[in-house]
Design a binder for this molecule. Sequence first.
Ligand SMILES: C[S@@+](CC[C@H](N)C(=O)[O-])C[C@H]1O[C@@H](n2cnc3c(N)ncnc32)[C@H](O)[C@@H]1O
Length: 286
Amino acid sequence: MEKGQVDHSYRVYSILLGIIYNLGHSLILSFLFRSTRLAGETSRTTVRRYTGDSTPYSFPVTPLYFSTEWAAEPPFTPQDFSRQDEAVDTSFYSKPRLLYHIDEPAAASLTQYYRNNIKRGSDILDICSSWISHYPLEFPDTMGNICATGISANELQYNEQLTAGYKQADLNAKLQIPYPDNSFDVVTCVVSIDYLIDPIGALQEVHRVLRQGGKVMISQSNRYFPTKAIALWLRTNHQEHLDLINGFFKYSGDGFEPRTAFDITATLPDTNAHPDPVFVVEAIKA
Ligand SMILES: C[S@@+](CC[C@H](N)C(=O)[O-])C[C@H]1O[C@@H](n2cnc3c(N)ncnc32)[C@H](O)[C@@H]1O
């Protein structure tokens, strides 16, 4: 370089370095952002798959009948509501289970049933809830408030179907649904009534939080944690489970009329397939 000439090369190098640095930075950021977005999309995709909206399943709804004539006074004993594992329930649920407790056709049949049987604009509470409430994906847009209560905040915090939050509550430790009187049009409870040691008292609580004319939908299948289910549930079959729930309603004060039951088990094109059965008992707050 001749004397008096200005050396611009360091400027060119620093500009190039700046470009490389900024490019690298934004590539790293966009990768991180994409990973986060994909994680969210993955969970939504899983939920979408379990709604039955684009599956070859059919969703028949068959009315069932209660077959037990319940006496005027409850025939149950304290032993009926005992469990193999009597430790506090919060310890059993201390590790979150972010999974489906029923198979895909069963979850899908519930979703379809809810779509066809919950009125637009309803305020809904899912009790004994977890990370999933099985509601149709459009519910946040078509319903009022959607809330949940369950024993595990670690599971409830991932429930993307709630529009008005959740409240953690151990109903076996303190029998109080943590919402005010007359707050909801619909209460749902999926594969969980068998874990409550006072299901009659729990239904009285459901009655309290429901508005007049509101509906409770209790569903069950053939799955349960045997150490945590009440003894009465373990020694009874599907039909008897329906009758038991009907009895729990009756002894909760006869404030629920009418009470109806349905088999909503999905059917599959492969007739050799046997999806989990799903039964719903519904009752209206009189
Ligand atoms: C088999 S999981 C079903 C969860 C959810 N309903 C579903 O369909 O995926 C059983 C649920 O029962 C509820 N549960 C069990 N014991 C409970 C208790 N003592 N108090 C309140 N909820 C309880 C918990 O919220 C737990 O997630």
